[in-house]
Design a protein. Structure first.
Length: 293
């Protein structure tokens, strides 16, 4: 991977990690589905009037928009609202790396090297360690929602590969058109008009800054950068880099929310970093999908 792309990957994962505690601040007074709907509305408008639609089938644009807007971020926000700590949420979503590696082997005949396999094992141990260190007040439903969002992210990565999109920024902008309407309708059906009525009173400086960060940092910039990496490199090469997100998420949660891991939690974070170093090293293929298998 080129140095400029390594730098882009680190910056993207840092912004995504920081996004979790910042999202928590925005959810303090706002319904999670409504907040997600507003986020993607602002990510799409007014930009679709200035950015030409990407040269891919509309079904891929719609599929990606619904996956990463409704099936991913709405579920993450609901999980955080149900009590999942932002640091733990940034951790759980990283199971998408393992799902994406599997999709890469099964669907794109990508090889899984020995270092990648050991990196997965080490990272899984680190992820489990941080999960066990998480506060107990988070509900199992919230954890399940965030874990399911990890599956959704891995499927979104597959959509990027299959669609063969080249205009990455345009793809993100136009895909953002599709989540708002389902999310607005879900908010209305599940909670009635109350969240909409209360919204003006809750749009304070903190909520507004949280939304701006989610829209322009975590959505437009990060998905442009991440999808560009997926376009340039095999999914099995890019996916493990997302394991940096919980490191940034936990550190930023300490600084913003005062949520500090225990000594065992820090050991788990170090284990994840070591797993990344191991998984990025070249090595012989352990599992290769051949045509006809």
């Amino acid at each position: 991977m080129q140095k400029k792309h390594v730098l882009l990957a680190v910056l993207v994962t840092a912004v995504w990690g920081l996004n979790f505690p910042i999202t928590k601040l925005g959810l303090a007074d706002t319904d999670p589905l409504l907040l997600t709907a507003i986020r993607f509305t602002l990510a799409a408008l007014p930009w679709v009037f200035f950015v030409k639609r990407p040269h891919v089938a509309l079904r891929w644009v719609a599929a990606y928009g619904l996956i990463f807007g409704v099936a991913m971020w709405a579920l993450i926000n609901m999980g955080i609202a149900l009590g999942v700590p932002p640091g733990s949420a940034s951790l759980l979503i990283q199971f998408s790396a393992f799902f994406t590696l599997g999709w890469g082997v099964l669907l794109f005949r990508e090889s899984l090297s020995m270092p990648q396999f050991f990196g997965i094992v080490l990272a899984a141990a680190g992820l489990i360690g941080i999960l066990l260190d998480s506060p107990g007040e988070a509900t199992m439903t919230g954890f399940a929602l965030v874990l399911f969002s990890a599956v959704a992210w891995s499927i979104g990565n597959v959509v990027i590969k299959v669609s063969k999109v080249q205009q990455i920024f345009a793809f993100v902008v136009w895909a953002s058109l599709f989540p708002p309407i389902p999310l607005f309708l879900m908010t209305l059906l599940w909670h009635g008009p109350a969240p909409f009525i209360a919204l003006p009173a809750h749009l304070n400086a903190v909520t507004t800054l949280s939304l701006a960060f989610q829209v322009y940092g975590a959505t437009l910039f990060c998905y442009w950068g991440w999808n560009l990496l997926l376009r340039e490199y095999p999914a099995s090469r890019v996916a493990p880099l997302s394991l940096l997100i919980p490191v940034f998420g936990i550190v930023s949660s300490i600084l913003i929310l005062g949520q500090r891991p225990s000594a065992s939690g820090w050991v788990s974070i170090a284990l994840i970093l070591f797993a990344l170093a191991v998984g990025s090293r070249p090595g012989p293929a352990m599992l290769v999908r051949h045509r006809g298998l």
